[in-house]
Design a protein. Structure first.
Length: 662
């Protein structure tokens, strides 16, 4: 990037970051996630590091944001409340370490690593052991007097004993709201038609800034301490010990004294793994040098101390550029536009593709090729584009139009009026065929160990297979000569294929990839008909009499078994596999009851819960309808929850469900 290009980008980034900072810190609202905002700030910081003479005093990197709200009395902090510099990787951590080592030539020192709570910083001052006042951080120099509200926080002691009784001591820490409370409060707000909070940090901030302390109390805030001013300590570890002795919470078993960088990295990984399961949100570790003398000596640059750093977890959102938009053809012919991204790390992995779902979604986002965007990744889900940063446009961005023909087989595309998804309806489309093969070997179908899309591509592209039945004819000698294969790996695959030949009827049906036949329908069909022959002969009426099978599904299944191409394929396939017929469903205590699951359960996975329902004679289903008997709502329930409410379907929680299956 040339300097003039950098200058232009920096200017635009500054404006955009400032816009979001104002929304967030002053208005208490944010259009993009904080992680995406961090990602923008990080890019700005990197560019300014590269071109230091482009740093201006008004850059967001040069100040701590947040004007105190007008309603509260202002309190000037006796000691400034600083902020921390962020690092996002071991590499950046090591760079920080190298910098401070230069300033601390006397040699070895330890670190203190603790959670970085995702809440709101507070300063609580005790005089002669009595809580005198409490203030928010504000701009670091002046905060807001929230004493009344802080007094409602049960984890904040109103008086302290021992050394805390001598003169003035100040405890600093983070006020936060647990994930459970956050969900409950938002649910309540929704019911009342009140404000919905985007995240628990906003809610904590909103709750502390209530003029009526009763409202604050009802939000049941929590407080975790991390600094103790007004007493002398040799190390941060000692400071934490003393905080606990005075009756404050600290990071408990999430904090650790570490002897070297390697130990910090190990601790970081361990905590990152536990992060999702914690009762409250943390967004990284705070790592400080564990010698207060050294901490002091290292001093402060701008608004951040040199002796501590925020070692942030990989964000689940980041900003990057859309370099192209391509169209992917799925198993059912559905066309999905996919953004080709400038590779970016999200949640610890590099991402170069993000789904755009359909043409309507591109319109909704207002996305053009060349745009800067926010990309997110949740759990195991495919990354998606969440927002277009139109302010960063250069004028060279290009409109995207959905093709009129399938990009693979070139046949015309069909889009029904009321459907959002454009489709390639050519059943012989090679792209659809390929996706069908991937589906055939997948975990819930034939589950052939080690045989994924890449290897199937190699088989197809080398002419080793034409259809799924051919997989069962493969020999070691066919596979071993392929690139990146050897005799051992060929042997393993052939063995895995052999082991998968015997298959329960339901999985076999699912593997066929019949339109609308998902995992649950396949099980219903298998249990109802018992054998493949009976199913293949079934009339449409017969099919429709199966629980959970409607007209469209019945039509699809009926049609599939009568298509010449499928009949030939089945004949060929049945020579290679051994289907275990299904037993008629036995009656159990959940017989005839239809269950739909939404959200996460604590005690078991979704698959385990469904299996339990089936075992007891019930029917797990994916969609909520008026025939659904129970919707089991775990934490973070999705749209199924709302649908159940609308239809008046009985909603039960995990506890109720456990009672039912006990
Ligand atoms: S130490 C020099 N420890 O992170 C600042 N801060 O960017 C001393 N935070 O405003 C802060 N958990 O609100 C420290 N365990 C922790 C923390 C923590 C969260 C917040 C704090 C501060 C910001 C620093």
């Amino acid at each position: 990037m040339t300097k003039s290009e950098a200058k232009e980008r920096i200017e635009k980034l500054k404006k955009l970051i400032d816009k979001y900072r104002y929304q967030y810190h002053v208005l208490n609202k944010l259009e993009i996630s904080e992680e995406a905002l961090d990602s923008l700030k990080h890019e700005l910081k990197k560019m300014e590091d590269e071109f230091p003479d482009l740093v201006t005093p008004d850059s967001p990197t040069q100040r701590v944001a947040g004007k105190p709200l007008k309603e509260f009395k202002k309190i000037r902090h006796q000691t400034k409340m600083l902020s921390l510099e962020d690092v996002f990787s071991e590499e950046e951590f090591s760079e920080w370490l190298a910098r401070i080592k230069k300033l601390a030539p006397q040699g070895k020192f330890s670190f203190y690593a603790e959670p970085k709570f995702d809440g709101l910083a507070l300063s609580i001052v005790y005089e002669n052991g009595i809580l005198k006042y409490a203030a928010t951080r504000g701009d670091g120099e002046t905060g807001e007097d929230v004493t009344q509200n802080v007094r409602t926080i049960e984890s904040v002691p109103l008086s302290v004993e021992g050394n805390g009784r001598n003169g003035r001591v100040e405890v600093r820490g983070e006020a936060l709201i647990t994930k459970k409370n956050f969900e409950a409060i938002n649910k309540e707000q929704k019911k009342k038609g009140g404000q919905i909070y985007a995240n628990s940090r906003n809610l904590a901030a909103g709750s502390l800034r209530q003029l009526d302390p009763k409202i604050t109390a009802s939000r049941r805030l929590d407080f975790f301490s991390y600094d103790l001013l007004g007493m002398d300590f040799r190390s941060h570890s000692e400071e934490h010990k003393s905080l606990r002795e005075l009756g404050f919470k600290t990071g408990e078993d999430l904090e650790k004294r570490c002897e070297d960088a390697e130990e910090v990295f190990r601790h970081y990984k361990k905590i990152a793994e536990r992060r999702e399961k914690l009762a409250y949100n943390i967004d990284g570790l705070v790592v400080s040098v564990d010698s207060n003398k050294l901490y002091k000596k290292l001093g402060v640059v701008g608004k951040t101390p040199r002796g501590a750093i925020a070692f942030k977890f990989s964000p689940r959102e980041a900003t990057t550029k859309v370099e192209d938009i391509v169209v992917q053809v799925g198993r059912t012919g559905a066309l999905t536009p996919v953004a080709v991204l400038k590779p970016v790390e999200i949640g610890g992995v590099m991402v170069s593709r993000a789904t755009l779902h359909n043409e309507d979604e591109i319109k909704r986002l207002g996305l053009k090729i060349g745009d800067s965007v926010v990309v997110g990744r949740a759990g195991d889900v495919i990354p998606d584009v969440r927002k277009v940063l139109k302010e960063l446009r250069t004028g060279h961005e290009k409109e995207f139009h959905m093709p009129k023909h399938c990009p693979v087989c070139k046949k015309p595309i069909e889009k029904k009026e009321r459907e959002v998804q454009a489709k390639c309806v050519n059943k012989l489309c090679p792209a659809r065929h390929r996706e069908n093969l991937y589906h055939f070997v997948s975990r819930k179908a034939f589950n052939i160990d080690g045989l994924g899309p890449k290897i199937l591509d190699a088989f197809l592209d080398n002419g080793l297979i034409q259809d799924a039945a051919d997989i069962f004819e493969l020999k070691e000698g066919d596979i071993a000569p392929l690139e990146r294969f050897g005799e051992k790996s060929a042997e393993n695959i052939v063995l895995a294929i052999k082991n998968s030949r015997k298959i329960p009827l339901a999985r076999f049906l699912y593997a066929l990839g019949i339109l609308h036949v998902g995992e649950e329908t396949a099980i219903d069909l298998a249990e109802h008909f018992g054998s493949l022959d009976k199913l293949a002969e079934a009339s449409k009426e017969n099919l429709e009499s199966v629980p959970n099978v409607g007209g469209v599904m019945a039509e699809s299944v009926y049609g599939w078994f009568r298509e010449e191409r499928n009949k030939n394929f089945l004949k060929k396939l049945l020579r290679c596999v051994d289907i275990e017929n299904s037993k008629k469903k036995k009656l159990g205590k959940l017989a005839g009851k239809i269950f739909v699951f939404t959200g996460e359960m604590e005690s078991m996975s979704r698959d385990e819960a469904k299996a339990k329902v089936r075992e007891l004679g019930g029917d797990p289903s994916e969609t909520v309808s008026k025939n659904t008997d129970y919707v089991v709502a775990g934490s973070n329930p999705g749209s199924k929850y709302d649908k159940a409410k609308k239809l008046g379907v009985k909603i039960i929680d995990e506890k109720d469900f456990l009672k039912m299956i006990r």
